[in-house]
Design a protein. Structure first.
Length: 80
């Protein structure tokens, strides 16, 4: 926004899984996170849509394999 660009210049994604806290079990924790962070998730979703950013809603996991295969195929590679 501050750069004055209408869309991102490089492939970019937002991942929301780190706002889920483990407390009572997967299903209950997901529902609690969706309620507690509803405003945050909606802001991230709408900002992502506005600027052409990929949005991963809470739940699927934001791991290296996901990044390599879905966010930017071939754009990341392991150094190991």
């Amino acid at each position: 926004m501050q750069a004055g660009r209408a869309r991102v210049a490089v492939p970019t994604t937002v991942h929301c899984d780190h706002l889920i806290q483990a407390r009572a079990g997967a299903a209950a924790d997901m529902q609690a996170a969706l309620q507690e962070n509803r405003e945050v998730f909606e802001f991230l979703r709408s900002a992502s849509a506005k600027f052409g950013i990929g949005f991963w809603q809470p739940g699927p996991g934001s791991y290296q394999v996901v990044l390599e295969n879905y966010a930017f195929p071939g754009g990341l590679r392991s150094l190991t």
